[in-house]
Design a protein around this ligand. Structure first.
Ligand code: NAD
Length: 517
């Protein structure tokens, strides 16, 4: 795949700036004057300072979004016009894609290669798809109704209203697009809260949109700040109609509970512990490289990573020999270097959490066939780096096989029979994604059909398409993102009944007796 981004800024000091909140079409300081310094996870160097909103700031943003929605103009803009406007916004974002890629690298530790080949171009494709979907027909015909009388009925799709949107730190630009694009395409207004660690690419995205001057004030608002301050306000505030959350299952549970106080519409994209099943007829080289990509892409900091690898006993030894050999050759390094496969983890806390899980796996009896370590290269000394870990002799009930680690740790589980692999693959609280590797597509399809997951990849992994739904079974989430399924999550359904008869005897009304003369 060729990168469509030709300018590589690669400046770790791009952005010696302070960023405010974006409320009602203006950049505005937080009322308490608090800012937070963001650091580059690869070097520890300070990057920029970003506003720390409090509850009052969040309420200001919600009020702006409410006013913009209730005023009409945006919500009832003709779909074709809204679609054209959104295409113009994507053009503006695209014009700044190198800067956004740089922000993703410096702020989120994304390798330059992945940012420029995947995250930013894919995000732009997804945004454009929603710009196209915005031109939908809001009216849906209903079959003709004749009982108890002739009536014309129509179903109208309408925007839900004000959407509070909360996103995580692992794919900050893509997650911002997945939230903003369908919400705007459907005619909603938005308050977006990026993760505290990684707001920079979302800020750049909003800057690009702001500079077009095309979006009415209040339609899109950006509130950076602590998750446990801004997040709960978005969930409980009665002026917010829907909460869309991507993050951990633990926080997702809290979001759902908080949103219940006002019965908000809720969509949740949560954690995973995805099974990746090798069948005994798989092409070994393809399955080995695919499995490494499945688990170690972005250092395992992906919700749908293939973290539990099921390998059949019949090919276990040759498969593992290749897997370990190739995993040991993955290059951990600075994200801007073209040869780097794995950049840093997002934070010191995440690095410590991963190391704790490596210790736990060993204590549980798993064998560290490849043991992750902090690299000795002095160039990496100030970043949150760790090399990959591969555990063998893992049982599916071990905590390392059941809990989301969110780092470069693979659990390999040997199996004898296909049925056994499928049962264990499904034996998890999660159900986000899965992989199957086989030379026989019918066989792979039959396994895919029995996996309880929102997405199953056959002979590939991490392929997410603008046109296809993405979301979780079980405790991996509620609702779907992307495609028409993603758009529908931002639409209300209204039924309008138009009486076509004046005949009172066809109605169920009261038979009101006329007053006695
Ligand atoms: P997190 O749950 O810690 O935080 C997610 C967001 O919620 C952040 O913006 C955070 O500030 C905010 N938040 C924190 N406390 C909150 C509260 N009480 N109320 C409302 N919001 C609050 O997740 P993370 O560590 O940023 O990201 C990693 C997690 O995200 C993993 O579990 C991963 O699986 C999940 N994830 C899921 C998907 C998906 O599509 N299913 C995609 C990416 C990441």
């Amino acid at each position: 795949m060729a990168s469509s981004i030709t300018v590589n800024l690669m400046t770790h000091q791009t952005i010696a700036r302070q960023y405010d909140l974006y409320i009602n079409g203006c950049w505005t300081a937080p009322q308490a004057g608090r800012y937070r310094t963001l650091c580059n996870p690869a070097t520890g160097a300070p990057l920029v300072t970003v506003a720390e909103a409090d509850v009052a700031d969040t309420r200001r943003a919600i009020a702006a979004a409410r006013t913009a929605f209730d005023a009409g103009g945006w919500a009832d803009m003709p779909p074709g016009e809204r679609s054209r406007l959104l295409h113009a916004l994507v053009d503006a974002i695209e014009a700044r894609q190198a800067e956004i890629a740089d922000a993703e690298m410096c702020n989120a530790g994304c390798t330059w290669r992945k940012a420029t080949l995947m995250d930013i171009p894919v995000g732009l494709i997804h945004f454009r798809h929603f710009a196209k979907l915005a031109d939908f027909d809001p009216l849906e015909p209903v079959p003709q109704i004749t009982f108890p009388a002739l009536a014309y009925n129509v179903v109208r799709r309408e925007p839900i209203g004000v959407c509070g949107q909360i996103i995580p730190w692992n794919f900050p630009f893509l997650m911002a697009v997945w939230k903003i694009a369908p919400a705007l395409a459907a005619g909603n207004t938005v308050v977006l809260k990026p993760a505290s660690y990684t707001p920079l690419s979302a800020i750049k995205l909003v800057e690009a949109i702001h500079e077009t001057g095309l979006l009415p004030p209040g339609v899109l608002n950006l509130v950076t700040g602590p998750g446990d301050v801004v997040g709960p306000e978005l969930c409980v505030n009665p002026q917010v109609d829907k909460v869309a959350f991507t993050g951990s299952t633990e926080v997702g549970r809290t979001v759902m509970q908080q949103a219940a106080s006002t019965i908000k519409k809720v969509t949740l994209e949560l954690g995973g512990k995805s099974p990746n099943i090798i069948l005994d007829d798989a092409d070994l080289d393809v399955a080995v490289d695919g499995s490494l990509w499945a688990v170690f892409m972005h250092n395992g900091q992906a919700c749908e990573s293939g973290t539990r690898l099921f390998v059949p006993a019949a090919i276990y030894d040759p498969f593992m020999e290749r897997l370990l050999d190739r995993a040991a050759r993955l290059r951990v390094g600075l994200p801007e270097e073209g040869a780097t496969d794995l950049g840093p983890l997002i934070s010191a806390g995440q690095l410590q959490a991963v190391e704790k899980y490596i210790g736990l796996g060993i204590a549980e009896g798993a064998t560290p066939a490849l043991l992750g370590r902090r690299p000795t290269d002095p160039a990496l000394a100030h970043g949150h780096f760790i090399t990959p870990t591969i555990f063998t002799n893992v049982h599916n009930q071990m905590r390392v096989a059941q809990e989301e680690i969110f780092g470069p740790v693979l659990c390999v589980i040997k199996y004898a029979r296909e049925e056994e692999a499928i049962a264990q693959a499904n034996d998890t609280i999660y159900g986000l994604a899965a992989g199957v590797w086989s030379a026989n597509i019918e066989r792979a399809m039959s396994v895919a059909n029995r996996l309880r997951a929102g997405t199953v990849w056959i002979n590939d992994y991490h392929m997410i398409h603008a046109e296809a739904p993405f979301g979780g079974y079980k405790q991996s989430g509620l609702g779907r993102e992307l495609g028409v399924w993603g758009l529908k999550e931002y639409l209300e359904t209204k039924h309008i009944h138009v009486d076509l008869t004046r005949n009172r005897s066809d109605k169920f009304w009261f038979d009101i007796v006329a007053p006695q003369a």
